[in-house]
Write a protein that binds this ligand. Sequence first.
Ligand code: C5P
Length: 296
Amino acid sequence: MDSFTLLSPAKINLGLHVGRLRDDGYHDIDSVFVAVSLCDELTFSEANLLDLVCQPPVTNTPTDNLVYKAAALLQEFAGCTGKGAKIVLTKRIPHGAGLGGGSSNAATALLGLNRLWNLDYTPDELTQLARRLGSDVPFFLNGPVAHVTGRGDVVRTLPLDIPWTVLVVTPDLHISTPWAYQQIDAFPQRNPPSESTASIVSHLLDNYALDANDLNKGGYNKLVNDFHSCLATQLPEIPTITRRLHDAGALYASLSGSGSAVFGLFTSVETATTAASALSPYQTYICAPMNSVEQT
Ligand code: C5P
């Protein structure tokens, strides 16, 4: 088989409620995940052994990369340890930013190797494997828009057309996910939401069709990421960027996941582009919500 390339998209979270700490050490969450057009790329070709080249490298050794772990897991599950692959991973999604880059890469590795090795596993079978690689990995096999609950591994695909242009802002700040969850546990003032994030997003989309620019009618303030208030005191750059996004015309702005990326929702590419200039000198990415993961 000739080599082929798959895109591996980032995600943002439209609201993220963090519930109780479970017996297994994870927290229940409630969020709407949306894949966006900021993408890494994975190119797959046949080889005798597993060989991962990551450009630029994000882990100390290639075997620490979730892509390698996904490949090894699939090899073991399929009983095909004799099969190899060369995978070239081109990174564009910032690391430690709550954009799900590593999880997305792992999901794309499962999809790509399922094809390269002619394994014919179903999306459900691959999703079972994805769960073992990380809480966010199943979403990337079941997007591009989904209501995500459990520890992140219960994914209900939502047939929604997301209308906003997304401006992602990445401060030079790496946030470790376990550390962020520990801060949540130490933060007492969390109210359980009265409505699921899926329901809030669905109402926002209904209202968006009526009046895109009315913040109050739109009900954007119901969309809360619990990490935002929790991390704001320790990392004041985060609320500063959120404020600047609002000042620049965002309908909504908050953290993605546990950060450190902050994103704003805009009505058009033009308004998002103007806002990106106002956010200078921060690194910014203007993204479209994905409707389907493109393949080349
Ligand atoms: O599943 P993943 O490997 O991405 O999780 C990394 C860490 O983040 C977990 O070990 C846990 O400390 C924390 N986490 C959590 N609740 C979640 C997801 C992650 O507490 N729902």
